[in-house]
Design a protein around this ligand. Structure first.
Ligand SMILES: [Zn+2]
Ligand SMILES: [Zn+2]
Length: 234
């Protein structure tokens, strides 16, 4: 069948032309060429443990040395700065859910090829926040990664209680804020399993580490962390 000219789509384009999901400039691409060029992808040396960009490859960086971390490894796709920050903002606060498949395709490239995951899960938003926003950005990214990678997405972690926003707290308060904030979904059988957990931004790692603590306490054998962005503290 010959594709028909769709007058409604053409009119809609005229009234509101397609825009870049990040900078909102007119663009046929979901992320325009100039935003795409400026995504601060993490390339080169990183801490082998937590994925932080470093001057040379290290087994443990200053941030994770001497800390009790419950995950086996962590990686991030880009730095939380410039366009890297704008993408997260669009995904979280501007309802740009259409970014999820594209971001998931970038994220999946970072996964260690040697890992075989039983389940992929995410750091859950508090239910009030999720219902205000209409969606949980980490959940939709996890679902997309699962779909692209042929993995099983499963809700494993639940929030025990509401926590204060980590980014509004001093670094020293963040661990206490999330301490005991998560529990394991009773129906999720994770005993002896290898779990991949997704979050949007890794800052101090306090939230994700607390989730991983719950996952390990639930019997998981391994847990790996994949975040879209990595905030650098200095
Ligand atoms: Zn743009
Ligand atoms: Zn590190």
């Amino acid at each position: 069948m010959r594709p028909r000219f769709n007058i409604f789509a053409a009119l809609l384009d005229l009234i509101s032309p397609p825009r870049c999901a990040v900078c909102k400039e007119p663009s046929k691409e979901l992320i325009c060429a100039s935003c795409r060029e400026e995504i601060p992808f993490i390339q080169g040396a990183t801490c082998r443990y937590c994925g932080k960009p470093t001057l040379r490859i290290v087994a443990r960086c200053r941030d994770c040395r001497g800390k009790h971390l419950y995950f086996n490894w962590a990686v991030s796709v880009w730095r939380y700065s410039g366009v890297g920050k704008d993408i997260i903002h669009a995904l979280k606060y501007e309802n740009e859910r259409r970014l999820a498949p594209l971001l998931a395709r970038e994220a999946i490239k970072k996964l260690p090829p040697t890992e075989i995951f039983d389940y992929i899960t995410w750091v859950p938003l508090h239910r009030v926040k999720k219902s205000n926003r209409g969606y949980d950005q980490s959940e939709i990214i996890a679902q997309e990664i699962a779909a692209v990678g042929g993995m099983a997405a499963k809700k494993i972690v639940l929030r025990n209680r509401k926590t204060l926003e980590q980014n509004k707290l001093a670094l020293s308060q963040r661990r206490t804020n999330v301490n005991g904030a998560f529990k394991i979904n009773g129906s999720a059988d994770i005993n002896g399993k290898n779990i991949l957990i997704i979050d949007d931004v890794y800052t101090t790692g306090a939230t994700i580490n607390e989730c991983c603590r719950a996952i390990r306490a639930g019997g998981a054998l391994r847990v790996g962390v994949l975040t879209l962005a990595r905030a650098l503290r200095e």
